[in-house]
Ligand binder design. Structure first.
Ligand code: SAH
Ligand code: MG
Length: 190
């Protein structure tokens, strides 16, 4: 794991923070999560961490970057969890995934969060949750006015739109937690 964390740091790959990983692992245990869909595999770090919780856990994870996809396959072999994790190379907005999941973890392009949510909510078990990472985006979403870069401001605006979308959602209730880089936990209203 240390090697993966170091590799991610060196190559500027935004893997999930430790605190967020611990939250996910704890959530998976407590709620007996067995089927997971992840949007944004990168090098497989978070998928491996989730798979290691229990060998009955099955994960489908999507990655659009070819180099990262190959790196993920390699790392998954190394941790011997290839029977548990199926990595799909492709853009999550183009492909379709079959099946229902207990947990959908959104951790890909932040500007597309609403689209991922709307598309993949159909793959959620009625009692499942959608967890989204990076809602705080290094604290930037709370300090919006101070951002100088136009591009960055546009991105932060999109994350804030996503938060609004979750808060005002008719179908889902969401808790936004100040864990790691900000995590949203959304479940279907009964
Ligand atoms: N979940 C990983 C980190 C993911 S980083 C971990 O914590 O270990 C986000 C990844 O999402 C990047 O590798 C990026 O290439 C990928 N990504 C971004 N938009 C995507 C899309 N539309 N479809 C699939 N992958 C996407
Ligand atoms: Mg993230």
């Amino acid at each position: 794991m240390d090697r993966l964390e170091a590799y991610a740091k060196e190559n500027n790959i935004p893997i999930m923070q430790k605190e967020g990983i611990l939250f996910l692992q704890d959530y998976i245990k407590k709620h007996n999560v067995k089927k997971i869909l992840e949007i944004g595999a990168a090098i497989g770090y978070s998928a491996i961490q989730m798979a290691l919780v229990d060998d009955k856990i099955k994960i489908v994870t999507i990655e659009k970057d070819q180099a990262r996809y190959h790196e993920a396959l390699k790392n998954i072999q190394e941790f011997n969890v290839q029977k548990q994790i199926n990595v799909i190379l492709g853009d999550a907005l183009d492909i379709n995934v079959d099946g229902q999941f207990d947990l959908i973890f959104i951790d890909a392009a932040k500007a597309q969060y609403i689209k991922f949510f709307e598309k993949y909510k159909h793959n959620l078990n009625p009692k499942g949750v959608i967890i989204t990472d990076n809602l705080s985006f290094h604290g930037l979403t709370e300090n919006y006015e101070h951002i100088k870069s136009k591009n960055l401001r546009a991105l932060v605006r999109k994350i804030n739109n996503y938060k609004e979308f979750l808060i005002n959602n008719q179908e889902f209730v969401t808790k936004i937690l100040n864990i790691g880089d900000g995590i949203a936990v959304s479940r279907k209203k009964l």
